[in-house]
Design a protein around this ligand. Structure first.
Ligand code: ZN
Length: 168
């Protein structure tokens, strides 16, 4: 087909759609976090986008603070949202493995699931107990955001609301 030959740029574009996309889309490292924080009723949330500007900002700030506070690598060659399960497993066994932010959270939540307390988790992951406490706070905030989302979705699906609740 030669009909498009006058518009080589158009066909070139169609082969590389990634470069046409917004920087703040689902490929962004903190996209999943931003999406978890955000709610469909937030103002300015782009159609089809994972989150509104405020939630993007919060996710990016939280991530930055996490990187600094927990001394995790900022530059990672692989997908920063991807969890290296072997690395997490080794870290949980007390091996000196350098974890990314998301892997550290995964390791902490895994050890909590095994019933270990903060100081034992800290010993395994070579962090002090106070740091582990702060990771737990982050994890709880994430879980709460996810629960709020789920509750909203359930409410929209017409699920019963406890009696006595009044409309705001
Ligand atoms: Zn939002």
């Amino acid at each position: 087909m030669q009909s498009d030959s006058r518009y080589p740029l158009a066909s070139d574009r169609s082969e590389r759609p990634v470069e046409e996309r917004s920087h703040f889309d689902r490929r962004h490292p903190v996209s999943a976090v931003a999406a978890r924080l955000c709610s469909p009723d937030h103002a300015g949330r782009p159609v089809g986008g994972p989150a509104c500007g405020r939630c993007w900002e919060r996710a990016i700030r939280d991530d930055e603070r996490f990187v600094i506070e927990f001394d995790v690598p900022r530059e990672v060659k692989r997908d920063p949202m991807l969890v290296d399960d072997i690395a997490v497993q080794l870290a949980c066994q007390g091996e000196p493995v350098r974890l990314t932010a998301v892997e550290l959270r995964t390791a902490v939540s895994r050890l909590v699931g095994q019933g270990l307390d903060r100081s034992e988790i800290g010993r395994r992951l070579n962090r002090d107990a106070a740091m582990i406490g702060r990771v737990l706070v982050t994890l709880q905030a994430m879980a709460t955001a996810a629960e709020t989302q789920a509750a909203k979705a359930a409410g929209q699906a017409g699920e019963a609301v406890p009696a006595g609740g009044e409309a705001a």
